[in-house]
Design a protein around this ligand. Structure first.
Ligand code: X2X
Length: 335
């Protein structure tokens, strides 16, 4: 199904919330999945489709319910709900998951993946296996094989464009709650503030912070262009969303139902990747048309700044030689 930008923006608003609970009354298992993204984002368009497929393929034995857009609370709230089993599934950036499983942050190393030709072989290959093993070993959670996409992150501000690293000096920039993100923007000598995504729009609107960084699909679907003037294409990191499950909740399902959920979550993830890439590749004109001033940047300058701040060497030490070697197997030498 080829999702055009217009269909995406229009179609999602027709989705009833939470999606998928038409079957709740007679289902044996009601499964709740929460996320932090706007309804119009490809994550929720594909999640709604996935819920319908799971409910139908299980012949109504499962009622898979989707709670989008921070309906169940912010990322910090939903992570603790998923850990306790109050929430069955939750999609979360590997870097925010780093607050619980530090090793998971390795996929977000700044300027590591040159392009998607390096991202998917790593995340569907040995790096993904390594991270998923760490998640299962260190928490009550597991991650499905196919990570969902967020995209390459860009910096937006209400004050000035970011043309080179020096422009970040002292900049009050919002970043997601993650030790990795803090260290990266401290290496740029910015003034990072960790704020959950649920509070980003209001924090920018009230000038608690002057900047934030996200892929274009999120800037557009969360309407951040309404409170941000400049968009600087830094592509400073690739980011994804592990589709996390509570191990105990998932094990309560019989094997045939676990198989239906797994195959549909992974299949939806692959479709969502295509949608996100298509959207991220085609939103520039849209955002320009909405008044954003867009500039490109030279990644080598930002990479050099991170190197001079020992960012790569420090995180190499934190992740360890073995994990770093797995990363560099896909990215080439980083420091
Ligand atoms: O919090 C963010 O910036 C977001 C929406 O990209 C993530 O979930 C990491």
């Amino acid at each position: 199904m080829n999702i055009t930008r217009r269909t995406l923006m229009a179609g999602a608003s027709a989705l009833a919330l939470p999606f998928g609970n038409a079957f709740a009354q007679k289902a044996e298992f009601t499964l709740k999945y929460g996320n932090n993204l706007p309804i119009a984002h490809p994550m929720n368009v594909r999640a709604a489709e996935m819920a319908t497929k799971i409910n139908a393929e299980s012949k109504g034995r499962i009622a898979f319910e989707v709670y989008p857009n921070n309906q169940l609370g912010n990322d910090t709230d939903m992570l603790s709900q998923a850990r306790s089993g109050a929430l069955d599934f939750f999609t979360l950036s590997p870097l925010i998951l780093g607050t619980l499983v530090p090793a998971a942050q390795i996929s977000g190393v700044g300027f590591a993946f040159k392009d998607y030709g390096q991202v998917w072989p790593a995340m569907d290959g040995d790096l993904g296996v390594h991270v998923r093993k760490q998640i299962e070993g260190a928490s009550t959670l597991f991650a499905f094989e196919k990570i969902w996409d967020n995209g390459y992150r860009q910096i937006t501000t209400s004050t000035r464009p970011v043309n080179q690293p020096e422009d970040l000096k002292g900049m009050k920039i919002r970043i997601p709650p993650s030790p990795f993100w803090v260290s990266m923007f401290k290496a740029f000598e910015a003034a990072p503030a960790t704020i959950n995504f649920a509070e980003v729009y209001s924090s920018l609107q009230t000038k608690v912070v002057d900047a934030q960084e996200n892929p274009l699909a999120i800037i557009a679907t969360a309407k951040l262009n309404e409170v941000q003037k400049y968009c600087s294409l830094t592509n400073h990191m690739w980011d994804g969303f592990w589709f996390l499950g509570n191990k105990k909740s998932f094990e309560r399902l019989p094997a045939d139902l676990r198989a239906i959920v797994s195959s549909n979550v992974n299949a939806a993830g692959l479709k969502q990747r295509d949608d996100v890439r298509q959207l991220n590749d085609n939103l520039l004109a849209d955002l320009k048309g909405k008044g954003m001033i867009i500039n490109t940047t030279n990644a080598d300058l930002f990479r050099a700044k991170l190197r001079s701040a020992n960012f790569y060497a420090d995180w190499h030490k934190k992740f360890g030689d073995e994990a770093w070697a797995v990363l560099e197997k896909y990215t080439g030498k980083l420091a």
